[in-house]
Write a protein that binds this ligand. Structure first.
Ligand code: UT7
Length: 333
């Protein structure tokens, strides 16, 4: 059976750097608290004059296409993961398609939050395997900062989230090629939907958006941080082991683990559970915060640039987040 391979990776983060010290000026928090609880030192916020979710994605996409030596015009399908689309509808997929001048090709939007990129990758992988498309652009991109409440009331959520975009190009792997996606694994448990969610504006009420909704924080993310944390550390390990077992592999076969960059403490917990050394886990949350669906492709791209992800490596990616959803993938580079 034909397998899919990751032929190119790229990322783009906005120029504006917001440090913990900048946040100290607008809310009751401290650099020490943020670093100790999350590992984050700084993050990027978009420029409303120039950045959109779709055009940040386009910048990441161009880099991924370059790395794959692919002419942008040869991209034949887009899968776009984001929970922060430019419009309520249509999704950002069509805006990216327009931005890249790819009128006519299909563009699919995925809304699975922190697991969104792996869900998107998994969908694209199936299209390659069934020979439906040959050059699929898979995106994770978010602008979270425009919805963050940078006040004492919002501090439990707002110090974590940030903006950025990552992209990969998926292509069919040649029969004799080592490079390939071995498998992806997707899960969800909707019983926990309201533990991490943005309630408003929602469609199933008389008015989608009222002044009260804005005043009562409904338009901001609500997160039961402790509960998310507790489930994350269990499910990350489970879904990583599921991927290894499905491929008759062991933890010792993983050359690099890239966990969704939710919180450095979560990444370190998983690393310890699995007994992986520091060289075999890549984290960049320190510099970018939690960019939801964008975090894994940004980290993949940066790990490659820094020489941490090399040809021949077995890469494991894993995510947990709103839904709850969780997912993993094993990729031979
Ligand atoms: O990517 C999507 C998935 N999301 C996650 O995986 C997030 C998972 N959860 C977490 O990362 C952590 O739960 C947080 C980083 C969100 C919070 O860390 P925590 O250790 O669970 O802190 P907490 O919410 O239990 O709060 C501890 C204390 C509280 O004060 P009291 O009640 O002990 O007096 C909070 O009010 O810290 C206070 N606090 C803050 N203090 C300074 C909450 N946010 C802040 C803040 N600065 N930004």
């Amino acid at each position: 059976m034909i397998k899919a391979k990751v032929a190119g990776i790229g990322h783009y983060v906005p120029e504006k750097v917001v440090t913990n010290f900048d946040l100290e000026k607008v809310m009751d928090t401290s650099d020490q608290w943020i670093r100790e609880r999350t590992g984050i030192s700084e993050r990027r916020y978009f420029n409303p004059e120039t950045d959109t979710v779709a055009n940040m994605a386009a910048k990441a996409a161009r880099k991924a296409a370059d790395q794959a030596s692919l002419d942008i015009k040869d991209i034949d399908f887009i899968v776009f993961a984001t929970i922060t689309p430019d419009y309520f509808f249509p999704g950002s997929g069509v805006l990216l398609q327009r931005e890249l001048g790819l009128e006519g090709i299909g563009a699919l939007d995925i809304r699975n939050a922190c697991s969104g990129f792996i869900y998107a990758l998994s969908v694209a992988e199936q299209y390659i395997k069934t020979e439906s498309y040959r050059n699929i652009l898979v995106i994770g991109a978010e602008i979270q900062s425009s919805a963050l409440e940078l006040t004492d009331r919002g501090r439990g959520v707002s110090v974590i989230f940030a903006d950025g975009a990552g992209a990969v190009i998926l292509q069919p792997a040649a029969a004799d090629e080592n490079q390939k996606i071995l498998s992806t694994h997707l899960h969800a448990d909707g019983r926990y939907a309201e533990e991490l969610y943005v309630k408003d504006p929602g469609s199933s009420r008389h008015e989608r958006l009222t002044k009260e909704m804005i005043d009562e924080v409904g338009i901001r993310a609500h997160m039961n941080g402790n509960m998310v944390f507790k489930h994350a550390v269990v499910k990350f390990q489970e879904v990583i082991m599921e991927a290894l077992t499905a491929n008759n592999l062991e933890v010792s076969d993983i050359d690099l683990l890239i966990p969704h960059q939710a919180n450095l403490r979560i990444s370190q917990f998983i690393q310890k559970q699995l007994g992986l050394s520091d060289e075999r886990v890549f984290n960049n949350i320190m510099h970018y915060g939690n960019t939801t669906a964008a975090s894994i492709p940004i980290a993949m791209s940066e790990a490659r640039e820094k020489g941490r992800l090399k040809e021949g490596d077995l890469l494991c990616i894993a995510a947990f987040g709103s839904g709850f959803t969780w997912a993993s993938g094993l990729i031979q580079f």
